[in-house]
Design a protein around this ligand. Structure first.
Ligand SMILES: Cc1cc2nc3c(=O)[nH]c(=O)nc-3n(C[C@H](O)[C@H](O)[C@H](O)COP(=O)(O)OP(=O)(O)OC[C@H]3O[C@@H](n4cnc5c(N)ncnc54)[C@H](O)[C@@H]3O)c2cc1C
Length: 470
């Protein structure tokens, strides 16, 4: 039978984490499922996750999901209850993928390889008799009243060519976000946001989330004239001194970060921070990126700044006292070395706080000492511009959630159309939260779509499921 004559209960569009989970979950309900992937192989992004180790989920969910998924967290509550992190672990355990917990509740496969996770999903789906067609970029979706079916049309560049068409009772759009796309994705249309828009859905503007932050020529606070002032204040102007080349590759473990817009605290985070050639990365930086103003071009000086708290567990007064005591005990030691030995334990972090290599403690003035204490708690860096979407790990924005039923992931505008994963306007913090979004919404969308196609209605209001999760 040619594809055009074939009718599928559920067609899943997109073979990423959400699509694969949706396809398996629909198949579990006995639906005839077809998974369409635009690339030559599915799961390319999944292979990149967790630096190739795949941070599958986070065991702190659902306890912290309200903070972890920001303003749209409530939308996820039902899906996370139905398929929680523990369910994800059991699911993969049953597929032979054992997992373990690392710091901050992050869950990884014991194999240390994302490949294991992807292969387990593909094998499971194949073992269930699920059908998959790769290199199938879906370009258009259309519901036909006369047949009661969805036409799923594959995008073809050559208009002379006869388009490939599939028919489905229900369709799941699981095409992911628009950030960090592999090169192969570049040319082929498959812009699923446009497909959703054509079907009446609104798209919340796409912005970077979990992206590195681009800094103006790395500028630690100036500790020159300002410290010489007798008002005791310290300055925050750029020294103009380029230290990024020295710092690139340096990780500051467990620091606090705060994003300030025109001096107003807008967001804060805590975790490891990595210096790169262009700025800062790592969880403590990337988590702030979703709040960067989406302005074109460079930000005006002082408009967007990031403060790093190098000693987040200590109060300023305590640090001031400890610094004075250390300087008294080691009067001839350079202040940079005191910072290294007593506070930061990283030579390059000490360089950020104090640039004059050889100045001994007994030559440091009170104003300079206060400046050092201040910089240990609030090292100010100037953000250059908004990070481009292509550099972000996750996309903020997407299909507006008010038009999607959170219990089933079904469109409220187009019955029979479902969504799963990052295509929706939901993003989580770093640590396995974005994959959990894909697993939970994929699971629910697959079950609901299968039930709808079987004529049971999409509403999955299984009292048992809800009770178990409460
Ligand atoms: C470098 C990196 C590391 C990350 N690490 C982690 C981590 O460790 N833990 C974590 O929780 N999150 C991580 N994330 C985020 C996580 O990978 C995503 O949130 C998650 O993969 C989203 O899953 P998805 O299925 O919604 O989308 P995707 O994984 O993007 O899958 C969408 C699929 O749909 C296909 N597609 C798109 N359009 C069409 C079309 N028109 N027709 C057919 N197919 C189409 C795509 O080719 C793709 O295969 C990371 C992201 C990146 C970039």
């Amino acid at each position: 039978m040619t594809p055009s004559q074939d009718i599928w209960d559920v067609v899943v569009i997109g073979g990423g984490a959400a699509g694969l989970m949706a396809a398996i979950s629909a198949r579990e309900e006995g639906a005839r499922v077809l998974l369409l992937e635009k690339n030559s192989v599915p799961g390319k992004k999944l292979l990149l996750t967790g630096h190739g180790r795949c941070n599958l989920t986070n065991i702190r969910i659902p306890g912290n999901y309200l903070e972890a998924y920001h303003e749209n967290a409530r939308f996820l509550s039902s899906a996370i209850r139905k398929f929680a992190p523990e369910d994800v672990r059991t699911f993969f355990q049953d597929l032979g993928v054992k997992t373990h917990e690392e710091d901050d509740g992050r869950i990884f496969p014991d194999s240390g390889k994302a490949e294991t996770v992807l292969q387990a999903l593909l094998q499971k789906y194949a073992d269930m008799g699920g059908k998959r067609n790769d290199s199938q970029p879906v370009g258009n979706l259309c519901y036909r009243e006369e047949t009661g079916l969805w036409d799923v049309r594959i995008f073809v560049e050559d208009h002379e060519e006869r388009p490939i068409l599939y028919h489905a009772r229900s369709v799941i759009l699981a095409t992911g976000g628009k950030s960090y796309l592999p090169r192969e994705d570049g040319k082929k249309a498959g812009d699923a946001y446009r497909i959703a828009e054509e079907l009446g859905h609104s798209i919340v503007p796409l912005r970077p989330a979990l992206a590195p932050i681009l800094l103006s020529a790395m500028s630690s606070t100036r500790h020159t004239e300002a410290e010489g002032r007798n008002d005791g204040k310290t300055g925050t102007e750029s020294t103009g001194e380029d230290v990024e080349r020295t710092l690139a590759g340096v990780t500051l473990p467990d620091v606090g970060t705060t994003l300030l817009l025109d001096g107003k605290k807008t967001a804060s985070a805590r975790g490891d921070l990595l210096f790169t050639h262009q700025g800062i990365s790592g969880p403590a930086a990337m988590q702030l990126s979703r709040y960067l103003p989406p302005e074109e071009g460079k930000y005006a000086p002082g408009h967007v700044t990031i403060c790093i708290d190098l000693l987040p567990d200590q109060k300023t007064e305590e640090i001031g006292k400890a610094l004075l005591s250390a300087m008294n005990r080691r009067p001839n030691m350079s202040i940079r070395n005191i910072l290294f030995h007593e506070f930061l334990h990283l030579q390059k972090a000490a360089l950020l706080v104090w640039k004059e290599k050889d100045k001994p403690a007994n030559a440091v003035t009170k104003a300079e000492r206060n400046g050092i204490t201040e910089r240990l708690k609030a090292l100010t860096l100037q953000v250059e511009k908004c990070t481009p979407l292509s550099m972000a790990y996750v996309t903020r924005g997407g299909v507006e959630l008010k038009d999607i039923d959170p219990k089933t992931m079904e469109s409220k505008i187009r019955p029979g159309l479902f969504f799963a994963g990052e295509i929706m306007d939901i993003d989580g913090i770093s640590g396995g939260y974005n994959l959990q979004n894909a697993w939970s919404t994929g699971y629910v969308a697959g079950k609901s779509a299968a039930k709808r196609s079987a004529g049971e209605g999409a509403e999955d209001d299984s009292a048992e499921n809800d009770k178990r999760a409460e």
